[in-house]
Design a protein. Structure first.
Length: 164
């Protein structure tokens, strides 16, 4: 079947089997390998992408279900201005070790910060509770998200004080 969607701001139309999972559509058909594939049961969260601004686990979401929608992957976090603060936070605070869970964690963190620019540690833990990291013990991931939130608040304050 023909599937059309907007991925990271680009309109895409491709042929795929109706049973193709979104994770495979992104990785195998489009070469967007930033989205990782871990468990096929939605337990690990490495495959999180956004469909219309909402995080979904792409290993249990059919590509056909995303047809006609906006999909954002970890590759879409970076802008012309540079890395997203969440990406910077993971670098600055060592929020990754093996990096396998990192794309899904970043997509979940970005969604959280878009809804709550100053989340508590408890709120961050709840937001990432659907994802498994086997390396970090989560403390550096939480610090990375807190760093990103802080950076965004600082940027907002400096922009408010800037002359127009």
């Amino acid at each position: 079947m023909e599937i059309s969607m907007n991925i990271n701001g680009d309109d895409v139309t491709m042929e795929a089997e109706p049973r193709t999972l979104l994770v495979h559509f992104l990785r195998d058909h489009l070469g967007l390998t930033g989205t990782h594939w871990g468990c096929d049961t939605s337990n690990c969260g490495t495959c999180v992408v956004w469909v219309d601004e909402e995080p979904v686990k792409s290993c249990t979401h059919l590509a056909a279900m995303a047809g006609g929608h906006r999909v954002k992957t970890v590759e879409g976090l970076e802008t012309a201005d540079g890395l997203d603060p969440v990406q910077e936070g993971f670098i600055q605070c060592h929020g990754l070790q093996c990096g396998y869970c990192t794309p899904g964690m970043m997509m979940t963190a970005r969604a959280l910060l878009d809804k709550d620019p100053d989340p508590s540690e408890e709120v961050i833990r709840e937001a990432i509770s659907g994802q498994i990291c086997r390396c970090t013990g989560y403390s550096t991931i939480i610090r990375s998200i807190q760093w990103a939130a802080s950076k965004e608040r600082e940027t907002a304050v400096s922009l408010e004080g800037s002359p127009a």
